[in-house]
Design a protein around this ligand. Sequence first.
Ligand code: PGA
Length: 305
Amino acid sequence: MRIAIVRNGKELGERAFLEIKKVLLEKPDAVIGFATGATPLPLYEKMAEDHKKNGTSYKRVRAYNLDEYVGVDKGDKASFARFMRDNLFSKIDIDLANTDIPNGMAEDLNAECERYAEMVRANPADIQILGIGRNGHIAFNEPYTKPEEPTHIALLTADTRAANAGAFKDPSLVPTYALTMGINEILSAKRILLLATGESKAQAVYDMIMGRDDTSCPATALRKHPDVTVILDKEAASLLTFTEWENAAERRAAEASAAAAEEALVEEAAADEAADEEPVETAEETAEEEVPAEEIAETAAPAEE
Ligand code: PGA
């Protein structure tokens, strides 16, 4: 788990965007798992700004979200589907047909959970963005949720409903149930990017990193994952004990790795261009270089992980 501590929302957006950019440079048709909530907003603003300024394209990206309320229509301003459209998807060139979110209005909610679990299984995320609840939840996996439970109907705790009341006219209108991806499904992503800001998250962040390793804090499950980046502001990190030096070193390492990915891409593009300029081979020359059939079969076999 890499931990970066930033000064404010703007820095959080910039630092988190380095992770997204790295993935897109490696794989323009990446699968990105998105999260809703106040925390990822600076990242989405940065993505929109970068798309406008630098033309970073999401045309080939496939995206899906972690969760959705039961009984809230996707056109409703309080729905997570609408949140994604208003705050990100309408500001980048992603194809809405390539995005997915659980349908909390489905007639058969269990069938919808099965459909979603199957979709996630078929499309493991290259990077999954996460927030964390004050009670340590990830997506709507509240404390004591079994990690192996796939996408399911979750009963929201009173604390979670209170924390999310802002989007509703009246706190009593916050749904009691939501559809959520499960913990192990979240862990199936190749990389995880967890963001947390504000003092109200400090205890959950501490528990995730240093607390008891059990389901009382669902986010502790992330300790099992080999590639997790956690980005915190000072308030969310206030119960941890990292020094400025460690944090500056983390930032330099992240910038160097994003720059290296970009450089590799530029070099690859230059090599492609040079190859295009090479004189066209005659049919005879090409024939001489042909690879025997067995060798092709061997090369084509997928590499074992
Ligand atoms: P927040 O929600 O970003 O609005 O704090 C995060 C969460 O509950 O997972």
